[in-house]
Design a protein around this ligand. Structure first.
Ligand code: GAL
Length: 651
């Protein structure tokens, strides 16, 4: 299924019917509307204007389209801010108010905003909850985008104090848990507790982690309250939310998704590549400048499928150059179609494009749409025509599941811990996790993302690239599993309060493997040491742990002085360093072989994804490739000659 994001309030009403007709002709089924339209829906307190919105919905429905309605809470109007100035959040880096004039200018701890947001949700739910043209709802918009999870406001401070009281009961428990005796940071009562920002130098890591947990809880409280209202008024419609990359939410994504029917993801491969790979060499960067890295989007797709363990939607798909990255190149011809197919291959149910037409005014006037501002079709338009035709040739995708025998264990807390306590500037949890993921994907392996509480029984290989705080129940699940287990550096090193594990790292993991981390060093990424694995030399850099010796440990990889870098005990591996990608690929090839998991060494720019019986092959390079496929392969899209930036679908 395909869809599009549309803003009827941006265009003369005389254009709506033709727009709707063209959308339907293009094969689009869904239209998302309303997420920024609060000022047009309610022009002053309690003064509502539904006539235009009713007509817009009717016009779309008359063309056979189904509407996804949004709560407009990402853009509180000016009159509301003037009425309740405490809605505005306060920047944690400067302590200054983040003002009106863009979007997401609200504080999750403002009770005034909470009440107003629920009020507008209630009003919309009542009016449109059972509307026949509305098939589902999107809550808010990219709820934590623009770094809006954290605020330095007085509202946030008193809500945090309250949260601390609930968590710790007595302030002396909090002092002990955080180690506040250090630097005389002890509090005498909860009302004294500060937010962990704008101090002279670094603030206490435990304090920071508590504030992040609190902030995440605030987002979830807000979001769940909104969902509860929508459920009441639209009991048989779906409710989703459009996530940004999981690392950017600063919210526990699994918790955020819990009450939703499914997760949606906003896919901007080029904008995101520009940010995520900012440190790449010029040659590496340029190679993917107009395609995105072959594993970047699928990394987010697999995470999206994982957090609710269900098919997900792409609610926004980049159609051309965007406006918000450091640089905004155009996609190579064919990439919009390729990204869409890649989303389907990794478990998407629907792909919607952002946006129907480029808007000639305001902040996003340089952002492409499917149509240009003069209403002519932009480059991506023809790619979607092709995509729609191809989709018709496919069997029902819903009956084809993505099945993985390899899982990456991830959680938002790991990101928080490593951001709070970097220890080395070149440790970036997302990039570490991505390098593990990408190594697996280069071997053609399908990967699930799971949490510590997930069932491990379907997996043969379970990998935790970075899991500093380990739950006892996860250890039990690991002990009961016959999978090969791999833990990356830092795993198990911390208590739940972000203090050192009492028995040293890897803490509770010592129940799985008898190794201790005696010391940790971090180094510049370009100052690497040599590492030997299976007779070949690789690199260790950025993070290196000194591992204890134990007669029952097998050294899998070692440094020039024979000290261990990777050790094994039974089915459990502990990797005590960050390494080059080549080592991860070779290690995983070996572990996959031991577990009977099929691997295929793909060339750098080819990727393979499987959904049920269907194989999807993606060519991210500018060169055609002849595929070496079995004789009885049946092609649905393409042939064994895959063109540049093209897709082959076969079974
Ligand atoms: C998304 C956002 C959209 C639009 C888009 C531009 O992050 O949800 O509203 O701003 O980016 O690329």
């Amino acid at each position: 299924m395909l869809g599009v994001c549309y803003y009827p309030e941006h265009w003369p009403e005389s254009m709506w019917a033709e727009d709707a007709k063209e959308m339907a002709e293009l094969g689009l089924k869904y239209v998302r509307i309303g997420e920024f339209a609060w000022s047009r829906i309610e022009s002053a307190p309690g003064v509502f204007h539904f006539d235009w919105l009713d007509r817009a919905i009717d016009t779309l429905a008359a063309a056979g389209l189904q509407v996804i309605m949004c709560t407009p809470t990402a853009t509180p109007p000016k009159w509301l801010i003037d009425l309740y100035p405490d809605i505005l959040p306060v920047d944690v880096k400067t302590g200054t108010v983040r003002g009106f004039g863009s979007r997401r200018h609200y504080d999750f701890s403002s009770e005034n905003f909470f009440r107003e947001a629920m009020r507008i949700t209630e009003v919309l739910g009542q009016r449109y909850g059972k509307h026949p043209a509305i098939c589902g709802w999107q809550t808010d918009n990219e709820i934590a985008c623009h770094d809006t999870t954290h605020s330095y406001s007085t509202n946030a401070r008193s809500a945090f104090q309250q949260w601390c009281r609930q968590q710790y009961g007595d302030v002396s428990n909090l002092n002990t848990a955080w180690g506040n005796v250090f630097w005389s940071m002890e509090y005498q009562n909860f009302e004294q507790i500060e937010l962990p920002y704008l101090a002279v130098t670094e603030t206490n890591p435990s304090h920071n982690l508590a504030y992040r947990r609190f902030s995440s809880d605030q987002v979830i409280r807000f979001h769940n309250a909104m969902i509860a209202i929508l459920r009441q008024h639209a009991p048989d419609r779906f409710i989703t939310h459009n996530f940004i990359p999981m690392s950017d939410t600063q919210t526990d994504n699994a918790m955020l998704a819990k009450e939703l029917d499914f997760v949606s993801y906003d896919n901007y491969p080029l904008g995101r590549t520009d940010l995520f790979f900012a440190d790449a060499s010029t040659a590496d960067f340029k190679r993917y400048m107009r395609t995105g890295h072959p594993d970047y989007s699928s990394y987010a797709f697999d995470q999206s499928r994982g957090i609710s363990n269900a098919p997900f939607w792409i609610m926004e798909q980049q159609p051309g150059p965007v406006n918000w990255a450091r640089h905004n190149p155009r996609p190579e011809a064919g990439m919009v179609r390729l990204w869409s197919w890649q989303a389907f291959a990794h478990g998407a149910a629907t792909v919607c494009f952002f946006r129907w037409r480029q808007v000639p005014f305001a902040q996003e006037q340089m952002h492409a749409g499917l149509k240009r501002a003069d209403n002519s079709p932009a480059t991506a338009f023809a790619e979607i025509e092709t995509l729609f035709k191809e989709l018709q040739q496919l069997p029902d995708l819903a009956s084809h599941d993505v099945k993985a025998s390899v899982a990456i264990v991830t959680e938002t807390t790991a990101q928080w811990v490593t951001e709070i306590e970097r220890q080395g500037d070149s440790y970036n949890q997302q990039q570490v996790e991505f390098s593990y993921y990408s190594a697996l994907r280069k071997l053609g392996i399908t990967v699930d993302f799971i949490g510590q509480d997930s069932d491990l029984s379907q997996y043969k290989l379970v990998i935790a690239p970075c899991l500093p705080i380990v739950q006892p129940s996860f250890i039990e699940r690991c002990q009961a599993s016959s999978a090969t287990l791999v833990f990356g550096p830092r795993s198990g090193a911390k208590t739940s309060e972000l203090t050192l594990a009492p028995n040293l790292g890897p803490g509770l993991l010592q129940q799985l493997i008898p190794v201790k981390v005696l010391s940790v060093e971090t180094t510049r990424p370009d100052c690497f040491d040599a590492l030997q694995f299976a007779g070949k030399t690789y690199q260790s850099a950025r993070w290196r742990e000194e591992l204890s010796e134990h007669s029952e440990l097998t050294t899998v990889a070692h440094y020039h002085d024979d000290s261990a870098a990777i050790v094994r005990y039974n089915n459990c591996y502990y990797v005590g360093t960050l390494t080059c990608d080549a080592l991860l690929e070779d290690l995983f090839t070996e572990l996959a072989k031991q577990q009977g998991i099929e691997t295929i060494r793909l060339s750098a720019d080819l990727r393979l994804a499987r959904r049920g019986q269907l194989n999807f092959i993606f060519n991210y390079s500018a060169e055609p490739v002849t595929l070496n496929l079995p004789k009885n392969t049946r092609f649905i899209v393409g042939s064994d000659q895959i063109k540049p930036f093209d897709v082959v679908i076969c079974h």
